[in-house]
Design a protein around this ligand. Structure first.
Ligand code: AMP
Length: 115
């Protein structure tokens, strides 16, 4: 069940602050308040979906295409096209703490040698 008072819903409504990187009709990208990498941005759809499973099952096609385009544009704006990780924690057991679907975009110099 989607909780309309989750922190990302508040950011979408403008009821909570964020440092925005990119925004369009489908999605918003903003800085993670507690970064785990040199670059750590969150991309969220404007629609109310709890996780990637809910989003891919229930969001209309244009919302899904728009969201992934926003992910790509965010990555391009950050200039990390060839060096990033995209992570979507799904469920509390997997580390999800905010139940509005989001993709973590993380980039760090060391990723180049980690793999
Ligand atoms: P997850 O654990 O995958 O649900 O990720 C939630 C992420 O949201 C965490 O990495 C938090 O640091 C981040 N976060 C929580 N509140 C805020 C906020 N107000 N602004 C930006 N990032 C936040």
């Amino acid at each position: 069940m989607y909780d309309k008072d989750n922190i990302f819903a508040k950011i979408i409504r403008g009821d909570a602050p964020s440092t925005q990187i990119y925004a369009d009709d489908y999605a918003i990208a903003f800085q993670n308040i507690a970064p785990r990498a040199k670059t750590h941005v969150l991309v969220i759809p404007r629609g109310e979906y709890t996780d990637i499973y809910d989003f891919t099952a229930n969001a209309p096609a244009d919302a899904q295409t728009g969201f992934w385009n926003a992910v790509r544009k965010t990555v391009e704006k950050l200039g990390i096209e060839n060096n990033f990780r995209a992570v979507a924690n799904t469920g509390a057991g997997a580390g999800q703490s905010v139940f509005h679907f989001h993709v973590h975009i993380m980039s760090d110099e060391r990723f180049k040698t980690d793999f």
